[in-house]
Design a protein around this ligand. Structure first.
Ligand code: ADP
Length: 452
């Protein structure tokens, strides 16, 4: 069953992860699509600008051609000029004027967005009689090769146009120049613009994933809880069957014995069997009482409160306890011995007895009782040197029917109701209970109740 639940959780988790991954993929695809759509819009708008301002477009082209041609001519005349070509390109005489001019036009057309641009050259090759070529440079587009523009980096920019052109007509016939340049633009805050366009989709996606994860967690929690409840019930049935079996078997044997004539004639044996029947009867009654007394939660327990000198009560409990368990040594460290508390004597006595009996049941030789009084709370710590309780199980101790030794029910008898009862009684007194323990290191239960 446990394996089945684990398998179910594993599959459901995997399905959820796949579903989340698909959702993320879909959002990412939409984002990429929106980026492309946005760039196309910008490209189309820039295309329209160059159509509207043909004189600007042609002057950009025309000037660029002049710059390229002049530089190529100088190179043809003197090959050592090669080193200066790049710096002459980027520091060309038209750069400031044309940048300013184009910026103004772009601002006028893109009223809602701040736009920056760059013309960069990435190829500059001089051909001699088409057979022999001299590559001045041929590289990836870089902002270092800026001809016009105000962009500081190409990182967030995208290509709007790409121009490849050849120029002839040099003083030296047979020479031609091949250039490639790109027009880059970048829209400020373009990511916010796209995220803004995707806001509804993003919000809906996040909400649906959150709802899905929450539903998943609730379902798994409910499943685990149900499994726990069913385990606890099975344990309880096993335990109570075991608890009832012994007195019932003894009663059945005793009844058979009482029916025998030889037993009836022997007064002493007859009395002994009757005593056994009585003892088993009391035991059965005790088991039924234990189950019945735990049917109420602490909210419904009616306390019969009276003023009690707490140390006197503890001493009476210890006296009776020593009679029942003469082999266990009890140490008392009673402070604030004259404290008087209003409490239900019967219920609190039963609760303390439950803790003391547990200490014996779970292997102790010595018990130490320590009392303290802090901030209006009177505390009774009951420390034992028994088998102890693993840390991981401690938060379950006060649950109804819970037993640490599940599956090992025959070692120590019990119904898993003792500590539940203690917790309910202490809560009914508006107090609290704490446990400190570790496996093999004994256990310490501290019951605290308000002094007023
Ligand atoms: P039970 O009838 O099993 O004793 P309780 O509610 O009294 O039920 O205790 C719950 C479980 O807590 C027990 O099954 C036992 O494993 C563990 N426990 C309680 N008291 C002690 C103790 N003093 N030392 C070790 N284990 C304890």
């Amino acid at each position: 069953m446990k394996q089945k639940i684990n398998l179910l959780i594993a599959f459901a988790t995997m399905a959820l992860v796949v579903l989340c991954a698909i959702q993320v993929y879909l959002v990412k695809t939409t984002y990429d699509y929106k980026v492309e759509q946005f760039r196309t819009e910008v490209k189309e708008k820039i295309g329209a600008i160059t159509n509207n301002y043909t004189e600007l477009d042609s002057s950009l082209f025309f000037r660029k051609e002049i710059i390229y041609k002049n530089l190529a001519q100088k190179f043809i005349n003197d090959k050592s000029y090669r080193e200066q070509i790049k710096s002459e390109l980027t520091g060309n005489e038209y750069r400031n004027v044309l940048t300013k001019h184009l910026r103004q036009k772009l601002r006028k057309e893109f009223k809602d967005n701040e736009i920056e641009f760059a013309f960069v050259v990435n190829k500059f090759i001089v051909f001699e009689n088409t057979a022999k070529s001299d590559t001045i440079f041929s590289e990836k587009p870089s902002i270092k090769n800026l001809v016009y523009g105000d962009l500081a980096s190409l990182d967030d920019a995208f290509i709007v146009r790409n121009y490849v052109g050849t120029t002839g007509g040099f003083k030296n016939p047979g020479y031609r120049l091949l250039t490639e340049d790109c027009f880059y633009v970048s829209v400020k805050n373009w990511e916010q613009i796209i995220l803004g366009r995707m806001a509804a989709l993003l919000v809906l996606s996040i909400i649906s994933i959150l709802v899905l994860v929450t539903l998943f967690v609730i379902a798994i929690k409910a499943l685990i809880k149900q499994k726990k409840v069913s385990d606890v019930k099975t344990d309880f049935i096993n335990n109570i069957t075991h608890e009832l079996k012994t007195p019932l078997t003894t009663l059945s044997v005793s009844t058979k014995m009482l029916a025998r004539e030889d037993i009836q004639q022997n007064q002493e044996t007859f009395r002994k069997v009757i005593d056994t029947v009585e003892r088993q009867n009391v035991r059965l009654q005790h088991i039924i009482d234990q189950v019945m007394s735990n049917s109420l939660g602490f909210e419904n327990i009616e306390l019969q409160k009276e003023k009690v000198r707490i140390t006197d009560l503890l001493q009476t409990i210890i006296k009776d306890f020593k009679l029942a368990f003469p082999n266990v040594i009890i140490f008392e460290e009673f402070n604030f011995s004259d404290t008087v508390i209003t409490l239900d004597k019967f219920h609190l006595t039963t609760a303390i007895n439950n803790v003391l009996e547990n200490a014996v049941k779970y292997g102790c030789q010595n018990i130490t009782l320590v009392t303290s009084n802090n901030d209006g709370m009177f505390s009774i710590s009951i420390k034992d040197d028994g088998i102890g309780i693993p840390k991981a199980k401690q938060h379950l101790l006060f649950e109804k029917f819970y037993r640490v030794e599940q599956g090992n029910v025959h070692n120590t008898k019990g119904l898993g109701l003792g500590l539940y009862y203690v917790d309910q009684i202490i809560k009914a007194h508006k107090g609290s209970i704490k446990v400190a323990s570790d496996l093999g290191k004994g256990a310490s239960f501290t019951l605290s109740i308000p002094t007023v």
